[in-house]
Each structure stands twice: as C-alpha cells, then as structure tokens.
Design a binder for this molecule. Sequence first.
Ligand code: LFR
Length: 493
Amino acid sequence: MSVLAYDLGAGSGRAILGHLNDRGIETREIHRFKNEPVKTGDRMHWDILRLHHEVLQGLTFIKQQGEVPESMGIDSWGVDFGLLGSNGELLGNPYHYRDTQFNGVMDTVCQEITAKRVFERTGIQFLPFNTLYQLAALKRSASPLLREAERFLMIPDLLRYFLTGEAVNEFTNATTTQLYNPVLGQWDRELLAYIGVSEQWFGDAVLPGSAVGQLRSSICHDIGLAPIPVLAVAEHDTGSAVAAVPATERSFAYLSCGTWSLMGTELDQPVISAESMELNFTNEGGAGGTYRLLKNIMGLWILQECMRQWEREGQGISYGSLLAKAETAPAFASLFDPDDALFLPSGNMTERIRQYCQKTGQRVPEDQGSIARAILESLALKYRRVLEWTEQLSEKTFGGLHMVGGGIQNELLCQWTANSIGKPVWAGPAEGSAIGNMAVQWIASGTFKDIWEARRAIRDSFPVSEYEPQDRSAWADAYERFLRITVLSPGTE
Ligand code: LFR
C-alpha cells in the first residue's frame, strides 16, 4: 500500500514515500532538492527543466531502493503556469509569481472589469500575482508566448504532462488562478475573454483523485521501472496541506506554515460576499468537495529573505542560532504589518523592515536577533487578526489552531502564535502537503473512505505538539499597538 508524493515548495522540493500498515502511515524521504528561481535580465523564472530532472531523479531512487508505489502524485505552489505550443512543447520558461512585470496590472484589471465582478465570478482574494493578472500583463506587453500558445497548464499539471504525455488541468490549482468560476464549475469565459486568451487552452478541471495517465514508456524504459499510475491529487500545495490537518472536529482553524502562511477554515461552500471581499479572503477549492476560506499572510518568506541576504553579505547564520538570538532580543520593540506590499518582492529585506519601522516612529532593528524577533512577533500578531476575521466570516469560534507545514519546526513561532491568539496551538504534521497528497491517493484507491478517515489515520500516525498560551497581557498590549501601527502604514491590506 505505498504511494509516492512529490511536494514542491517555493524553496525546495521533496519526494516522500508513504506506506500504510497496521501501525498507521509511515513515511520515508526518497529525495530532497532545491528549487532556486533564476533571474535573466529583469525576469524571474522557475527552473522547470531542473525540477523535472529532480522528479526523474526521485524515480531513479525509487527504483534503486526496490520500491513499487501503487500510484504517484505531484503538488506545488499555486498561480504559476506554462504554455504549450502546437507541437506540444513548452514555450519558454514559466515565470515566477514574484516577477516584477506583473506589478500594477491587478489595479488596472480591477478598474476595468471592477473588483466586485472578478470576486463574484471567482471568490478568490486579490493578490497581484494571480494568474489572471499574469496573463493580462503578458497580453499588455504583447508577449509572443500568447501568439503561439495552444494549451495552458499549471506547474504540477506541466510536470505531470512531462511524465505522462497527458495534458490535464486539475481543479484545486485551477481555482488559484482567479479565472475559475466555482459556482458554474468551469473556467470563467467572461474573464478569459476580457484578458483575451482562448478558452481552448483550458481543459475541464479534474477533481483530486482522478487517474490522469501513467509514466511514459520511455521514462519506464530509461529508469527500469514498471509503469506507475499518475493521479491528479490536490495539486495546490495548500489544498494538500489542509487535507492533512489532523482535526477531530468538522469545524476547525488551520495555519499552513511555510514560505507563506495560509490561515482559515474549511467549508463545504465558498463564501462569496461583500464582507469576504472587503477582508480580502479567498475561497480555494480543496480535496473532497471542500473550500478553503482563508487569507494569505506573507509568512516566513520575510525571514528566509533576510537569511539569504546575510548569507550573500558574508554574515550567514544558522536557523537555530538566529532563533536563539531572536528569543533574547528586546520584546515588541519593532512591529510591522507583514502583508505590506513592501515585503512581497525579493532582495534587500532587512533594509525594507528598517524603512517601515523608521516611517512608523519605532525602534529600528539593527542586529540579526532584533530583526528576526520583529518578524516573528509581527507574524504572530497578524495571525491573531486573521483568526478573528476567520471567525467573523465563518460565524464560528475555534477552540485552538492547527499548524501544519515546515514552519512548525520553528517552536518559537508556534509558542508566540499561541500567546498571541490566546488559544492552544496544535502543531503537526510538518510534511503536511506531502501527507495530504498521499491521503488523496489512498482515498482514490478506496483505502480510506473519505478525507475524515484519512485525517483520523494521520492523527494516529504523526506526533502533534501542543502549545498553551503564555504571557497573555503582554501580548494583548502588543496587539493594541500592532493595530495602531499597521493602520499607520500605507499599502496595508
Ligand atoms: C503556498 C502557496 C499559496 C499561494 C502561493 C503562491 O505555497 O501555494 O497558497 O498563494 O503559494 O502560489
């Protein structure tokens, strides 16, 4: 009963083999690799052929270890895509959603078609890098890509296409584009027509768990593998992560914590209302007919960027040492809104944090510990705000917060999150996306009845650490200040 899950994040990817037996789910990492964007001139790309190579590398290790998975699936970050030409080959190298060519396009599109109309048709939050605005930007710059394109595939669709030769769009990732209409259950014709791309590029979106091909015979031949069925899983990594939340209650709050922090709750229907639009919440499609009412929070990206900058400047520091310094730095000295547009692009992050603090009349953090502390406290405070909004929109009250994803290895962040929200945090599993990817494969094979049976098995198989809130009054005071400061800052929300 083993299945193979590829989970690709913005910084790294992994192939994990999952095995189900009487003791529960056991996982083994088969391959881990970097995912490093490449800049050429002003453009920022994903190194898609390297990623395909790493996927094949994982299959080679599977073969070497004598494993025979029953199926495999790939999930990755959302919104980005590749276009195929008439000969079925990839046109160009997919752009990275942080590429600056997409700047400003969202505002123009939203003025022209109106933000209200876009939201009513998609239920998706306004993020400047959504596929809708990426395609509109390419149209505006008369990109030759659009003249030649015949097929549109999201990143996991594309990697799956390289493996199987079948071009198929998957539902959860399709919803991240802001071009998919969840009410009609199809790509939104009006939005496609507005940006001027052909409906023919898009195939019907298949649901997670659908069989969508098997490994090409040439790959099986080269590696020496028997054909492995390839499934569409919840191919948006956040969809897979939430499928793996080991919740016991139907109504629960989660925080998927990695490069991004995604916070919200799971529902049966999208909430497309004036209020959800005003708070800029999204309704992304999930596994098992669910929707995620959630909000993107800038997440550990800010810390990762600072670490990359220190590395470049010859002041590299390990994660562990940085967190130790953060813990002893002065508390609540410099707070900022992590979702200020200032923090979205890559490069020179420490300077931008200082700029924000200076502008808002706060202590300007200089040393590494103070900067890391400012980031983690600001994130924890923002989590409280977004959790309150989630409760307001869903008309529910949550007894605590489930945290999943690699970010939970940062115990300081888990503890401060519990302190900030004043409720317990249940952290685990760390490999949420890969495990949710497997869960969908096991549901497809009938091994699990549904997502709830899968969640029960996940709960019984992986440790969950509990963090009880501490220092309530200091955090409550800091929250009041945080709200005042973040209102002061332009560009917020
Ligand atoms: C998380 C994630 C988010 C999406 C962002 C960009 O990895 O998939 O859900 O908003 O990346 O694609």
